[in-house]
Design a protein around this ligand. Structure first.
Ligand code: GTP
Ligand code: MG
Length: 194
């Protein structure tokens, strides 16, 4: 797939803010600082389109990107950042729940975890929501460039086991540094939008 003109459309804080269209949408979910925005930039080959940060908790709204008027990519706010108030956490839950529940355009989710770590309780909660809503998904373990092949084999087992992933549930490693896994994410997106 050739990407010609990906554009940031808007940031949404409520359902009323969602852009109106009939294009299929693929969202990127995961912990704060895991690399959601970086993954979007990597697959689009556009550094800096989705804003990234070394400070966790950067993306606090739902960000919509129009990809050549064919489909949308959506950068979801990250969870699990320790230094947020209860109020902030509830706000996050509300944002994500509303989006999963009401966004008819939503056709697929890339659920991102850190390849180096065991998925957290919140990762499991997020995955279970995706399962409950029956949204097609792929699990992507990112920052794979930070692991050796041995460590990757070990971590893959930990992640599959912690999530209780079945054969039908897709999994891939990913790295923004080496572009590993880019093909898998694209084949997932292609399957969704065709
Ligand atoms: P929030 O918006 O806070 O939820 O974070 P995010 O999930 O969008 O993370 P972001 O893309 O901003 O990346 C966080 C940090 O991880 C940045 O410093 C990135 O450069 C780094 N990073 C992301 N992906 C990779 C990767 O594949 N490899 C390595 N080595 N670093 C990465
Ligand atoms: Mg981000």
């Amino acid at each position: 797939m050739k990407i010609i003109n990906p554009e940031f459309v808007k940031s949404a804080h409520t359902i009323e803010d969602y852009p109106y269209n009939h294009l299929p949408e693929i969202a990127f979910a995961g912990r704060s600082n895991v690399g959601k925005s970086t993954m979007i930039n990597t697959i689009l080959n556009r550094k800096g389109l989705a804003r990234t940060s070394s400070k966790p908790g950067h993306t606090r709204s739902i960000n919509f990107f129009d990809i050549d008027n064919k489909f949308y990519l959506v950068d979801l706010p990250g969870y699990g950042f320790a230094k947020v108030s209860e109020e902030e956490k509830e706000k996050w839950q509300g944002l994500i729940n509303d989006y999963l529940h009401y966004r008819e355009n939503l056709k697929g989710i890339v659920m991102i975890v850190d390849a180096r770590h065991k998925p957290t309780g919140q990762d499991k909660m997020m995955l279970n929501w995706i399962r409950e809503f029956r949204i097609p998904k792929i699990i992507a373990a990112t920052k794979a460039d930070k692991l050796s092949n041995n460590e990757k084999a070990k971590q893959k087992k930990v992640i599959l086991k912690t999530f209780g992933l079945t054969e039908e549930e897709r999994f891939t490693f990913f790295s923004a540094k080496t572009a590993e896994g880019k093909k898998d994410i694209f084949s997932f997106i292609n399957q969704i939008i065709k």
